[in-house]
Ligand binder design. Structure first.
Ligand code: ZN
Length: 138
């Protein structure tokens, strides 16, 4: 069995964003030389997500509106997280959107369903953050 590990770095200038990281994960898969196995991709921060869905700008707008309804950023005084931190909403948004994805690798390709793409969801940007890509297989 082979294994491959790489960290992808992001520095999103805005507080929130959704970034399609499928090309970077595919590049990791090429680098790994693995053609049959599994890829795990997870955010290494508790205010960011990795998830799979459609690369469609209307949907991404809908996520933003929906997440702001569930856990509005303002007023930050509504939250108790650490007493003073202004990113409680980012922790809650991350919980809803998830920490990681696992994708099967078949014949050297990510074995996606129709329209599936991998996204990095940033909920407290303005600093460097990492995503782990771990690939195992043969
Ligand atoms: Zn926090």
């Amino acid at each position: 069995m082979k294994s491959f590990r790489k960290e992808l770095w992001f520095n999103v200038p805005k507080r929130r964003a959704f970034i399609n990281i499928t090309p970077q994960v595919e590049e990791c898969l090429r680098e790994s030389g693995i053609t049959e196995g599994l890829v795990l991709c997870n955010a290494m921060h508790i205010t960011a997500s990795v998830f799979i869905n459609d690369d469609e700008s209307g949907l991404h707008h809908d996520y933003e509106v929906w997440l702001e309804k569930l856990a509005p950023h303002e007023p930050v005084s509504q939250y108790r997280h650490n007493g003073y931190e202004d990113n409680a909403d980012a922790h809650l948004k991350r919980q809803v959107m998830g920490r990681e994805v696992v994708v099967a690798i078949t014949e050297g390709k990510l074995d996606f369903g129709t329209w599936e793409q991998i996204f990095y969801g940033e909920f407290d940007g303005g600093r460097k953050k990492r995503v782990l890509v771990k690939i195992i297989g043969a």
